[in-house]
Design a protein around this ligand. Structure first.
Ligand code: NAD
Length: 483
């Protein structure tokens, strides 16, 4: 541990800081990046800032490792362990990257500008401004889909941002303490101890599994009188949970949930959420009211209003309601200089972290190639305007060849590495595209694989260190049950 800590401190100390980086170069083109999620962060990590000025605008000044968000909701992991400040990522660059914690309000694709506003509650004198871009990396993600169902926004917790996970944890602890209140009525205890998760996609399934662990491993010890009455219900509109996973893994998940007493209600559609109950419609069309203490809404995502506004500028090219249509090189169709990655796009790929991250890395490489081509074109122009000798003629020929090579852009190609999901009680499922077929696996070995895969995917040594530390802490002391 001492050695590991030593290496860790040494590596951290070696990093650059903004004061040691070169500043903007007015000769270079400016890339404005909107977002700090999977797509934007992967792009930033791989981008060579030698060739560009870079500005990042995002409502949060950090990257959030979303796959581990359910673990924060039940206190296995600390919030700080799965985030990485964007400035930690950009400090490795040779040229300074400007990071603004702000909300992009409008993109003007004609004048190539972005207007953004300070989104912090403590505002200074200047709180809104507009800047120009040469290239825009549009990576704003998506927001939670509510389908306009009454009461969702008012009464349900989402599972998208760090504050959603923190809010759910507080709500669960509030429900438990109120249920444990002296002389609480039986009906109220049952209501308060009922946790409902809406949406049987990977988010809802992982969260249900984690909630089960919290109940079994901790709450039963600390609240022995009421904990046996704690219930988890997962509601899904389709005939089964995890529609994108294989049949075998769906069955495995459903049987594990049955063993763990997680009630799965399929073919059941949520119609309304009130303060203390949810109205559902089951397969026979009957409406039932289910009381709850805490409810989580994990029913999928939809494009953000700013994305719809941007798409309206290109009515001919941008007609897909799911999001931005891009070409094979991730360029927004119809626009000049806009590249779009991640959940804000409508592609043939699922809107996952894996896709966004590969798109980001691809884009960084593409920018490298664009910069190389531009440099060569400048060199060619210089050669052509200079004295004409045999040597310059040879060099011109050579540069033209290089320009032709640099002009051949390789289209984006997604390489699926498989899907993993944690389902509770130290079990996980994995759909892995091994060899020619799909290799499906579930169980404890898969759980260890899940842990190591997530660890290696964490964006920094610092995050890995913090997450391992949290896992060890929970193994030794259990989860913290304070509010
Ligand atoms: P999702 O869209 O995959 O699932 C949402 C589910 O909610 C759907 O099955 C839908 O039928 C259901 N639903 C919608 N409205 C409902 C209603 N009114 N009543 C009942 N059920 C309703 O959403 P997600 O799970 O948040 O995942 C989003 C994306 O992120 C997906 O592409 C997913 O693959 C990816 N993801 C992957 C992982 C993983 O691989 N471990 C984890 C989280 C998210």
């Amino acid at each position: 541990i001492v050695t590991a800590t030593g290496v860790f401190i040494y590596v951290t100390q070696k990093d650059r800081h903004p004061g040691e980086q070169r500043d903007f170069d007015p000769e270079k083109k400016t890339i404005v990046v909107l977002g700090s999620g999977w797509g934007a962060t992967s792009m930033l990590k791989s981008l060579d800032t030698e060739d560009y000025n870079v500005v990042v605008i995002s409502p949060r000044n950090y990257f959030l490792f979303t796959p581990l968000l359910p673990s924060v909701a039940i206190g296995t992991l600390d919030s700080r362990s799965i985030i990485q400040p964007t400035r930690y990522i950009t400090r490795h660059k040779s040229r300074r990257v400007y990071v603004y914690e702000a909300e992009a309000q409008e993109v003007d694709p004609k004048n190539k500008t972005v207007t953004f506003a300070d989104n912090s509650p403590v505002k200074g004198g200047v709180s809104s401004t507009t800047i120009p871009y040469d290239y825009l990396v549009y990576a704003v993600g998506a927001e939670t889909q509510t389908f306009g169902i009454p009461g969702v926004r008012e009464h349900a917790c989402f599972m998208k941002e760090l504050h959603d996970a923190e809010k759910l944890r507080t709500t669960i602890m509030d429900c438990i303490e109120s249920a444990a209140f002296k002389d609480q009525s039986d009906d109220e205890i049952d209501r308060l101890l009922h946790c409902v998760v809406v949406g049987g996609g990977p988010t809802g399934v992982e969260l249900s599994g984690e909630l089960h662990d919290f109940l079994k491993e901790d709450l039963e010890n600390w609240y022995p009188d009421i904990a046996p009455r704690l219930r988890i219900t997962l509601i899904e509109a389709l005939p089964n949970v995890l529609p994108t996973f294989s049949r075998e893994l769906i069955k495995y998940t459903e049987s594990t949930f049955k063993e763990n007493k997680i009630d799965v209600m399929t073919k059941t559609m949520v119609k309304e959420i009130k303060e203390k109950s949810v109205t559902v419609q089951n397969a026979t069309g009957e409406r039932v009211e289910i009381p709850f203490g805490a409810i989580v809404w994990a029913a999928g995502n939809v494009g953000r209003p700013i994305t719809r506004k941007l798409m309206e500028h290109f009515p001919e090219h941008q007609t897909n309601k799911r999001g931005i249509t891009v070409d094979d090189f991730l360029r927004m169709k119809g626009a000049d200089g806009i590249f779009a990655v991640g959940d804000c796009t409508a592609t043939s790929y699922a809107p996952t972290a894996q896709v966004a991250s590969q798109e980001g890395t691809y884009l960084a490489r593409l920018f490298g190639q664009i910069a190389k081509k531009e440099k060569l074109e400048k060199r060619l122009a210089d050669l052509r305007s200079g004295p004409h000798t045999d040597e310059t003629a040879r060099e011109i020929e050579n540069v033209v060849k290089q320009i032709n090579k640099a002009s051949k852009l390789r289209p984006f190609h997604y390489s699926h590495q498989g899907s993993l999901a944690y389902i509770g009680s130290e079990k996980a499922i994995a759909d892995l595209p091994f060899l020619n077929g799909n290799f499906a696996s579930g169980g404890v070995a898969t759980y260890l694989f899940w842990r190591s895969a997530y660890l290696s995917n964490l964006f920094s040594l610092r995050n890995r260190f913090l997450v391992i530390n949290d896992w060890l802490k929970v193994k030794i002391f259990g989860r913290d049950v304070s509010r």
